[in-house]
Design a protein around this ligand. Sequence first.
Ligand code: T4K
Length: 364
Amino acid sequence: MPNNPIFVTKPTLAPLEEFTEILNGVWDRGILTHNGPLVQELEQEVCKKLNINHFVAVTNGTIAIQMAIKALGVKGEIITTPFTWVATLSAIQWEGCTPVFCDIEPDTLNIDPTQLEACITPNTVAIMPVHVFGNPCDVEAIDLIAKKYGLKVIYDAAHAIGSTYKGQSLLEYGNISATSLHATKLFNTAEGGACITKDLELFEKLKRIRFFGHDQKKAIVEEGFNGKVTEVHAALGLANLKYFDSVLKDRKAKYGIYKDALSGFEGISFQELKFGGANYSYFPIIFDSEEQLLNAEQLLNKEKVYPRRYFYPAVNTLEAIVTYKEMPIAEDIAKRILCLPLYYDLKEEEQEFIIQLLLKLKNS
Ligand code: T4K
């Protein structure tokens, strides 16, 4: 039994001295924010690392989604998934748009493209799928539907940094992708997020929106807000970025260990990674019933292991903020899914301990 509790995740942090080394420059310059040199460097370095065109670093992933909606100038219904974190929903609503839910595929856990067309009305302006747990959506099918109906596509790519589709960064799909660099994500700046687009005009617009609507001469040329990133956060990002490849590799290896060990376990199944290219940022298991999940959770908690029920409940059931509409697949999956601890610092013996606990359940 481990000495310390094992949580679902733990931030990956570069050695402290590597962070403070970068911070020395911040102290020397006295520039703390307003698109400082470290923010610019972080954006350039991430573009190089992911081989993408433009990356606009912002305060957090929720703001990134809101900025994407704002930059595309859409107002109306946005079709999205009920199987997501509440931020997807609230970002849509904060931008004065109406979320319309489209159910998910029971295997990939992503929005079901075959159900999309039935959700489209004359008021539909955009589609906002989520690459759930970093597993790529069917981007080609979604793109075809969007083109057919003249809709924008904004990916909630909060989990998807490091994921690829046909060898290219998944963040390049859609008109804009919004990612999260929160402490719990594969690559973090403590709090943080980013908008990614291939479109140069949108890129420039996103930068203006982030900074109150200023153009380069500081004239206000459009409505913006404060989505800026501090130099301290950028310094952390630059320190952590050096470990990006080893973190990806480590996640994949640990994902494989869980999968191999739990594959013969009758009563659980796994998310289907249909197109490959996942970043293995979470390890979800789907139980046959909620009762089995609760048993497993109880057993793990007793041993100070704390997996998480991402995403529970399905957000279409959050009646404090939306009108309920039944989404049978998402609601069912949300009740039966549990994410196991998966992070860079998770030790081999800790992972083995978790596996053994679950296997005990199988044999009981
Ligand atoms: N879209 C989607 C699909 C998302 O999943 C999210 C966020 C967003 C949009 C919005 O992105 P942001 O605006 O957040 O950038 C976490 C995160 O807060 C959230 O970013 C994430 N998704 C969501 C799925 O999970 P909690 O409530 O589970 O976090 P918490 O505090 O319970 O942390 C989980 C575990 O991580 C803890 O048991 C311990 C560990 N931890 C956590 C923090 C914050 C640490 O060791 N250190 C830390 O600093 O929400």
